[in-house]
Write a protein that binds this ligand. Structure first.
Ligand code: BTN
Length: 319
């Protein structure tokens, strides 16, 4: 019933709806409506109450509330279900706990993470209300060795979303990062649970530094936020909706057409690596190379100092 009331409030588009009218539409008493309105307020929804006029839903710009996000989505799979937390240890960890019983496309988003996880066992700082800390559960029918392609699709979606909402020159540092001015604004942690020839599910978890105003000394050389780069606060919800809509389009394209072309075009066009001297970190070694291209399959093509070429599937690269 709470959801039905929320949908009714949203459909009023900023106008009041009386308690009586809500009670009629939901077929319950006005007291029951009042109780559910209080429950919605507890969830973070801002609902004004006025004598005789009833209830009015105001947008909460400080939170990433599911119904307000969904009102701006035009997706076919991603974001049909969104679970929101004020605080959680890690959205990826939670997504893994519930993935088996959740539909593909379910999103977990939290205002803060107390134990945010980065790649290679690192921590990911996720302060309250400042970033987009989310995980998407996906269940594509593709072989496990293609799982990493989902990271490229997500990176393309995040990069395009940032460019269109902020106008910043966001670039993709293959395979998992988005950078602005050479410093990282987004990292993606993709985790997969699979058998030898079948994916059970993938968790694609981007962490985006949106309105962070400072970073610890240890991070300030390598990390930045969209706010620090742009010099003005960024509307997190608008950015998130743009990214989810783009992610859904690119993901669908991959699933239905079987090609990564659109995502790879974005990754190539906005690559932070192509044409540059890079260092590849492999098995404890640092190998110098030049990045040549990103292939149709999402591999990084490089040329080594001895002139030999190779295509890298995944790994750490620095500039
Ligand atoms: C990286 O090391 O670059 C990847 C960072 C990924 C952070 C995000 S925040 C949302 C999701 N939940 C996590 O615990 N990690 C990812």
């Amino acid at each position: 019933m709470k959801n039905k009331i929320l949908q009714e409030l949203i459909s009023q588009q900023g106008a009041y709806i009386s308690g009586e009218s809500l009670a009629e539409k939901c077929n319950v008493s006005r007291t029951a409506i009042w109780k559910q309105i209080n429950a919605l307020k507890k969830d973070g929804y801002i609902i004004e109450t006025a004598n005789r006029r009833g209830y009015l839903l105001k947008e909460n710009d400080d939170m990433l509330l599911p119904a307000e996000i969904q009102a701006n989505l035009n997706t076919s799979e991603i974001g049909k279900k969104i679970i929101h937390f004020q605080s959680i240890d890690s959205t990826n960890t939670y997504a893994k706990e519930i993935a088996e019983k959740m539909p593909s496309g379910t999103i977990i988003v939290s205002e803060e993470q107390l134990g945010g996880k980065g790649r290679m066992g690192k921590d990911w700082t996720s302060p309250k209300g400042e970033g987009i800390w989310m995980s998407v559960i996906l269940k594509p029918h593709i072989p496990p060795e293609e799982g990493s392609k989902l990271t490229q699709i997500a990176a393309a979606a995040v990069c395009e979303g940032i460019r269109s909402i902020t106008g910043l020159n966001a670039l993709i540092k293959w395979p998992n990062d988005v950078v602005v001015g050479g410093r990282k604004v987004c990292g993606i942690l993709t985790e997969m649970v699979a058998e030898i020839n079948q994916i059970h599910y993938l968790i694609v978890g981007p962490g985006i530094n949106v309105n962070n105003s400072r970073f610890d000394e240890s991070l300030s050389n390598i990390a930045t936020s969209l706010y620090l780069e742009k010099g003005e606060k960024i509307h997190r919800k608008k950015l998130l909706c743009e990214i989810i809509n783009k992610f859904d389009q690119l993901y669908n394209d991959f699933i239905t057409e079987g090609t990564l072309k659109k995502s790879i075009d974005i990754c190539r066009m906005n690559s932070a690596l192509i044409g540059r001297e890079i260092i590849i970190h492999q098995g404890g070694k640092k190998i110098k190379a030049k990045a040549l291209d990103i292939t149709e399959d999402g591999l990084l093509e490089v040329i080594y100092e001895d002139g030999s070429k190779s295509k890298i599937i995944s790994g750490e690269v620095s500039i």
